[in-house]
Design a protein around this ligand. Sequence first.
Ligand code: PMP
Length: 387
Amino acid sequence: NDAPIIYADNAATTQKPLSVIRRLSNFYAEENSNVHRGVHALSEAATAAFEDSRKIIAKFINAQSEAEIIFTKGTTEAVNLVAQSYARSQLKTNDKVIITELEHHSNIVPWQIVKEQTGCELCIAPVSTSGEVLLEEFEKLCDERTKIVSFSHISNALGTINPVTELTKIAKLCGAKVFIDGAQATLHEAIDVQKIGCDFYAFSGHKAIGPTGIGILYGKLNLLEEMPPWQGGGDMIEKVSFKGTTYNNVPYKFEAGTPNIAGAIGLAEGIKYYSTIDLQSAKEHTRSLTKKCEELSSCISGLRVIGTATNKSSICSFIIDNIHPNDIGTLLDQQGIAIRSGHHCAMPLMEKFGIKGTARASFTFYNTIEEVEQVFKAIEKARKILA
Ligand code: PMP
């Protein structure tokens, strides 16, 4: 609409640095080959680049070994992998899985499927009106029947940053395995899976300045080794015969078929890019964007922020009296501004707040204070038109 684009939909997906785009393009133009199977130079180079990426990702989240990094399509596939391989094979009727009210559908539905398959109980830890997990309630739910606890690091719908280390500690006291959905966390928090103490951690490349169609599942090595394969096919086997098949080592046991080679290499390139910037000042900058959102949102008449946790990322979810969130999104688009409106794949959370959806502006380290100001100016303009 003849206005310079302001991209404030980073919780849906982030933009990619040129180094990532060039790395992808270069891989396809100059290096393309399948991995693991060839003896020719191109295949060996592709395999080395693919496996180097695994090492870079392992270092990024401080995994003990690169064997603990499984390439997936994204966070969604990682949750499904753990649900179908670990949970389905371990859980029985009397066991409990705990999630929270904050979850994205991808951290709800896979557990509902496991509930149907195993007869286990699925318990939901409630959140406060500000959108924070009620620790006492969470603690009350955790007992000796609890086998898996799964929660997001940062809520995509509200921006709440969960106290993941504390939640993990509570869950571990009752002997449960902990899965963390880190889809929104990679650009906001330094991730140290060993410090957190979780058993599984997942994130998506496309929300971390990397390509779409690639993500990772981190799992503790001993657990991954015990888990049965999820999908069968090439690469995940050691020996196949019609009498029976033996499986490859971790992580390959969980990577059936040709992986997203360019995606993995591109994701590692994104992490390399991110590692060259001063993370402390990036964090302070994002915090100042969050503060600016808080300041400016309080100046708009009839605007209510949904999700007011003390510890919040740069996601601002809001509604305005008598105005549909989609109308706000459309009027902002006419001013060159990309935000998201709807239920953000968190329908139960919207129901909790008694709303159908919100308008959501989400910023990241490359957004500027001026952009936040422009977004709120445009929201005020939209409000006046729609009121
Ligand atoms: N969890 C959260 C918190 C998310 O924000 C998202 C993506 N919106 C997902 C899971 C699913 O990620 P993907 O679609 O990349 O698998």
